[in-house]
Design a protein around this ligand. Structure first.
Ligand SMILES: NC(=O)c1ccc[n+]([C@@H]2O[C@H](COP(=O)([O-])OP(=O)(O)OC[C@H]3O[C@@H](n4cnc5c(N)ncnc54)[C@H](O)[C@@H]3O)[C@@H](O)[C@H]2O)c1
Length: 343
């Protein structure tokens, strides 16, 4: 089965094509390790069981709850009980939840082991598996504890998408639209002319779209691994999204969609950005929500505690100047809160 392994270490954005065997044996040897431990999303494990026969597999419960610090610590203990050594490879197979857990454990287990991602959701293929910024949750605070550490490889096998539920396809397009909004007007136009069903039917176009998104994100990461500047652009829509996602238990992709539309409206109010209507239309075309009935006052403490705050008063917020051009602006938190509540 032909798949791709993108080597996206900060110093290179070169992609490397590799022939992977269906049960990973040669792959692991090719990657340079004798022994690997797999952290596998429970649904993926059930749906693709033959991949993991005779492997050292730890099943990860499905969903955001798996990123809770206590559950992640229990996985750390499981790896210890399985006697995973520092010289072994950890491979996370699943969506963004598993890649975040794997990156966090990989960076911290025995002070760090090599790890690789095998993304199986569209969202993880285009976003979560790239960049090596991996967080876990503390109570209702999302990604509040985390690491920035790069995977040795990211392995792509598009055949896994055949079992992906429709809802998760939709979630994946939220991060694709985010990349288009902040960085690529041509991709925004391409997306406007198509829809989810088109990409599901046209594997060639889908692979090109995934490759384009890998390249947009890895280009940004390679310029700013530690998120001191341009990498912050990737947070477009995410401040409000993280608050909605945790407080109201909404899927990450849908929360990001709502967050992006609100940030487009804020860009209009603060910057005079004119195209919030086009963004709303594109999100809806991909079956993504743009509004959410909730009490925004309940979300304000999350914004006040956001990781992008650099004082009690200011936050690095992402606005759009045009479609395809995002910018990071240090903004008064109270001003953001007031504007969000007035929308
Ligand atoms: N670190 C980053 O840069 C980054 C970026 C974006 C998102 N994230 C994180 O990623 C998470 C969201 O990721 P996600 O949307 O992939 O969700 P997810 O990992 O929860 O996966 C969504 C669902 O799809 C199922 N699934 C996965 N692959 C499947 C397959 N091939 N076939 C059938 N079912 C499958 C899972 O069991 C789960 O129920 C959030 O926690 C978010 O914070 C991280």
């Amino acid at each position: 089965m032909l798949t791709y392994s993108y080597n996206i270490l900060p110093q290179t954005t070169q992609s490397v094509a590799m022939l992977l065997d269906t049960n990973f044996t040669h792959t692991i040897t090719t990657l340079g390790w004798d022994k690997a431990f797999f952290l596998v999303d429970e649904n993926v494990l059930q749906l693709h069981a033959s991949y993991f026969l005779d492997k050292r597999v730890v099943s990860i419960k499905s969903g955001e709850a798996a990123k809770d610090i206590h559950y992640v610590m229990s996985l750390m203990e499981t790896l210890l009980s399985l006697r995973m050594q520092r010289s072994d490879l950890l491979i996370g197979v699943g969506g963004g939840v598993v890649s975040d857990i794997t990156g966090f454990l990989g960076a911290t287990y025995k002070r760090g082991v090599a790890f690789a991602f095998f993304p199986t959701t569209l969202l993880a293929m285009v976003d979560a598996a790239i960049g090596g910024k991996n967080g876990i949750n503390i109570g209702t605070y999302k990604n509040m504890m985390g690491t920035i550490s790069q995977p040795t490889h990211i392995l792509y096998d598009y055949s896994f998408l055949s079992s992906l539920p429709q809802n998760e396809w939709v979630n994946g397009f939220a991060e694709i639209i985010k990349h288009a909004c902040i960085r690529d007007v041509n991709m925004f136009d391409e997306l406007s002319q198509n829809n989810v069903a088109f990409y599901q039917k046209n594997m060639k176009s889908l692979k090109q779209l995934i490759a384009k998104n890998v390249s947009i994100k890895s280009d940004i990461i390679s310029q700013d691994v530690n998120e001191t500047g341009i990498r912050k652009l990737l947070n477009f829509g995410h401040t409000l999204a993280h608050a909605i996602e945790k407080h109201y238990n909404l899927d990450h992709g849908k929360a990001v969609s709502i967050g992006m539309y609100y940030d487009a409206l804020l860009s209009h109010k603060i910057n005079g950005f004119q195209y919030h209507g086009r963004i709303q239309q594109l999100l809806q075309q991909y079956h993504l929500p743009t509004h959410f009935e909730c009490d925004f006052a309940t979300l304000m403490p999350y914004i006040a505690n956001d990781k992008k705050n650099h004082s009690d008063a200011t936050i690095d917020y992402i606005f759009l100047e045009a479609i395809g051009i995002g910018k990071v602006v240090s903004t008064n938190i109270k001003k953001i809160e007031t504007l969000i509540q007035s929308i």
